[in-house]
Design a protein around this ligand. Sequence first.
Ligand code: AHR
Length: 493
Amino acid sequence: MKQQAILNVDVEQGIINKNIYGHFAEHLGRCIYEGIWVGEDSPIPNTNGIRNDVVEALKNINIPVLRWPGGCFADEYHWKDGVGQRENRKRMVNTHWGGVVENNHFGTHEFMMLCEMLECEPYICGNVGSGTVQEMSEWVEYMTFKGESPMANWRRENGQEEPWKLTYFGVGNENWGCGGNMRPEYYSDLYRRYQTYVRDYDGNKIYKIAGGANVDDYNWTEVLMRESARYMDGLSLHYYTVPGDFWTGKGAATGFPEGEWFVTMKKALHMDTLIRKHGTIMDKYDPTKRIGMIIDEWGTWFDVEPGTNPGFLYQQNTIRDALVAGLHFHIFHDHCDRVQMTNIAQTVNVLQSMILTEGEKMIFTPTYHVFEMYKVHHDATKVAIDMKANNYEFDGETIPQVSLTASKNDEGTVHVSICNVDHQNEAEVTIDIRGLAISNVTGRILTADKMDAHNSFEDGENVKPVEFTGFSLDGKGLDIILPPMSVVVLALN
Ligand code: AHR
């Protein structure tokens, strides 16, 4: 049955912060080492040790912000181990992720250099779990103080004359779990204390992000907002889409049954409920929405690829991941008044990544292509598009078959993005366009004919966007036929 949407181009609903399309790179598995950092002597083409292919790929999706160094790693990371001559840096064990040697060759200077190459904002996560207030305070001084001071002098000795611009700083990560197993009352007090010494030097204004809740721990949000709202600019939230059970079997990234496709879509949509419920608590203490909800870890989490180190969280990425990304963006757009940044986990070779590498080889995942197709929404104005979607039914359960979002850019072009999450049936959608006379429509589509279609090092082009022509424009609106398992972006002007 045809589904009817109404697009009201003149009903503006806020700005879609481009940081919603942010990323996260942790010292975990092959994300930083190999995925980003190969060292200056590597045969892999690099600039000052950073892979050229990966930088070019991330620039192509206009990566706006990058979170580092963790994750759980952040609350074990001691930044002073990662500055100075590389050969003299401490070798340590990455106890959380695979027990491998961390040689600290990728530290603050290398991360800031990476952000400069990517032309993106750094988002640094500090250590509350096992670090001191002094250590955190000195890191900020090291990075951002211009004048004469022990840390600023040390930075200059290490080759960086000018302070860096640093806006986003997280005070700990998952402090309810790997970041110290704290109760919200205790973390809230620590947050107040640590953030006091995260100083704004020389006009560098830090946006302070408090460590937020795990999934549906609403009490965590309640306590943090009640006790510490006035000391924070952002509060984080973590939610991963896991089709199975997190501890006993998450489900495979490829070769999964139909039911796991359905449940993955259903669980991805749960992000909307979480934002609404945490958002209601935030509204109670912050009705003007000054404080951003920062969803700094999200994405699919499957069983690791067979034969790989379980601590490296390496998983393939299919058209299913692409749909999960699309659904998340639509939800984030819907809440763009509160959600100011999100960071998908993680950029390269870990969880729902953009890029997979194998030595010098690099491929784009279907998720990468969604980020590329959706860059038209960065900093655009969200406009109203409403639809009562048909049901997509599986095994007696239902979710909406189609999800859509729309935005308008500075040139007046309207972009409509649509996901058909149904793994079997096409979807027919008619969009009644109001508030704009349309003369031209172009489109791109990402789709596949198998639920686990993906790119590999043998065939890196199996899943990629192509031109979309499955629409017709007449006096009444735009008729669209979306194939099963598809993500479409239309440009209307
Ligand atoms: O992204 C992988 C891990 O998931 C992060 O290190 C941690 O914060 C979360 O539990």
